[in-house]
Design a binder for this molecule. Structure first.
Ligand code: URA
Length: 224
């Protein structure tokens, strides 16, 4: 569970930022996290807004030393408007607590801000965003990076790696290695918690979880 929402803008801030975002057609570089939260709600850079309940901006302190980037909101995140609150988020919370990285001191966001899914009966099944959607949404991730100015970025899973580095990297081979980004941040990569939830083999699942905890620990230490 997420205990606090330290950077969640008030309704009034959101209304005013939303007006501003509409006036500028979402093209002006956002100057605050509230601008981003409002701009995402009127974003038409790709078509994912059409079937989503809302855009889900990143959440955390406006100046966090560590930024964690996931893939995209899931079903629960789409309904609540908060990143990483569903099953993958609960696993991430547990891993962060074990790593000693307090969630309320970390800026947690996603590569793509709208939930991509397809209906399956009453359920909405996650669909991986394509390269064009990731590229379109990099504009928002770039704005979050510029405003939050994290020292370290931890990219979870292939979509986040594509968004953060602008290219694909093999996670198994690259995890544990810090890399310098053009924006001046240090970046690390790790497994996405949703991937872990899908591993059927208990030992493999435990190993991937232990690696995620180790990567979070390293990221938090580097950021400190
Ligand atoms: N998976 C993600 O990548 N992000 C979320 O916010 C939830 C699930």
């Amino acid at each position: 569970m997420v205990a606090a929402h330290p950077a969640r803008p008030s309704e009034r801030e959101l209304r005013s930022a939303s007006k501003q975002a509409r006036r500028s057609n979402g093209e002006d570089a956002p100057t605050s996290l509230e601008d981003i939260a409002a701009g995402i709600q009127v974003c038409r850079r790709c078509d994912l807004w059409r079937n989503a309940t809302q855009g889900v901006p990143g959440l955390g302190p406006p100046r966090a030393a560590l930024m964690i980037v996931g893939e995209q909101p899931g079903d629960q995140e789409d309904l609540q408007g908060v990143p990483f609150v569903g099953p993958a988020g609960q696993l991430l919370d547990r891993a962060m607590a074990e790593a000693g990285a307090p969630r309320d001191r970390v800026f947690v966001t996603n590569a793509v801000k709208h939930f991509k899914h397809e209906p399956r009966g009453k359920r909405r099944l996650h669909k991986t965003p394509d390269r064009g959607e990731v590229q379109a949404c990099r504009w928002w991730l770039g704005a979050e990076r510029r405003l939050v100015r994290p020292r370290v970025i931890l990219a979870l899973g292939a979509t986040a790696v594509q968004a953060v580095f602008g290219k694909a990297l093999p996670i198994g081979k690259t995890r544990g290695q810090r890399q310098a980004l053009d924006g001046g941040e240090l970046a690390l990569v790790s497994w996405h918690p949703s991937f872990m939830l899908r591993i059927p083999d208990r030992d493999a699942k435990d190993r991937a979880y232990a690696e995620l905890v180790a990567d979070l620990k390293q990221a938090w230490k580097l950021a400190g």
